[in-house]
Design a protein around this ligand. Structure first.
Ligand SMILES: NC(=O)c1ccc[n+]([C@@H]2O[C@H](COP(=O)([O-])OP(=O)(O)OC[C@H]3O[C@@H](n4cnc5c(N)ncnc54)[C@H](OP(=O)(O)O)[C@@H]3O)[C@@H](O)[C@H]2O)c1
Length: 201
């Protein structure tokens, strides 16, 4: 299968780690900067349309839009925070829309919890909730099979290292990358119902 992951720009991005565990598939990485592959802003529908049309993936994974180190759990850069919300919330609609138009069979969203004890995680929570709404709607009203992955902290990932490194008491449940790889393979093999919210912790 050809899997396009939008939201991979480092070797500690979850999408990159996933690819190391699903060697039977061909992975194409994209991100806003294009550091590890294609440059594509997930909120730009023309850019997403062009990328999906050119790559013709069997699966699109939306993994875009988490906080940078300077903002996670300690928002000082509100513009960065709002752009991350947009990447998840609006970007989810852009990806689904272009997937429908280009007959992509499967779209997977990398999300997380939809509630949190720390109010500084509110933008994260909002983005995740919007993704889940998009998944439910797509499953019921479109030709695309859509899945929401509610992930805890992926061990070894950028976000996992960041939160663990801070030690400020925000400790979500940890998830091994092997677990994520099994779930993604399960989706591809048809083991989950269309529209599933799959909790990984
Ligand atoms: N890691 C975890 O433990 C964990 C847990 C729960 C949920 N998640 C979710 O999984 C996803 C991936 O997380 P990660 O840890 O792999 O983070 P990451 O390595 O920081 O990756 C986030 C990616 O999003 C890209 N991005 C941001 N805005 C974008 C936009 N408008 N258009 C295109 N790309 C954009 C960034 O690209 P540039 O660097 O090029 O700007 C970066 O490649 C996130 O949605 C996160 O919320 C992760």
């Amino acid at each position: 299968m050809k899997i396009l992951v939008i939201g991979v720009s480092s070797q500690t991005s979850v999408g990159y780690l996933l690819a190391q565990h699903l060697k039977d598939h061909e992975f194409i990485f994209a991100s806003r900067s294009g550091k590890l592959g294609e440059a594509c802003d997930v909120t730009n529908n023309e850019a997403v349309a062009a990328l999906i049309f050119r790559i013709k993936p069997d699966v699109v994974i939306h993994a875009a839009g988490f906080y940078r180190e300077e903002t996670l759990g300690n928002i000082q850069d509100w513009q960065a925070a709002s752009s991350n919300v947009l990447a998840k919330a609006f970007g989810a609609l852009v990806v689904l829309n272009e997937a429908v138009k280009n007959a992509v069979p499967i779209v997977i969203f990398f999300g997380g919890k939809m509630e949190h004890a720390d109010p500084l995680f509110a933008p994260f929570v909002v983005g995740n909730g919007a993704m889940l709404v998009a998944v439910r709607f797509a499953a019921e009203h479109s030709s695309v099979q859509a899945y929401y992955l509610e992930m805890g902290l992926i061990i070894g990932s950028s976000m996992g290292k960041l939160i663990q490194g801070r030690g400020q008491g925000v400790h979500d449940e940890e998830v091994h990358i092997e677990t994520l790889a099994q779930v993604v393979q399960g989706i591809i093999s048809g083991s989950y119902a269309n529209g599933s919210q799959i909790v990984l912790y």
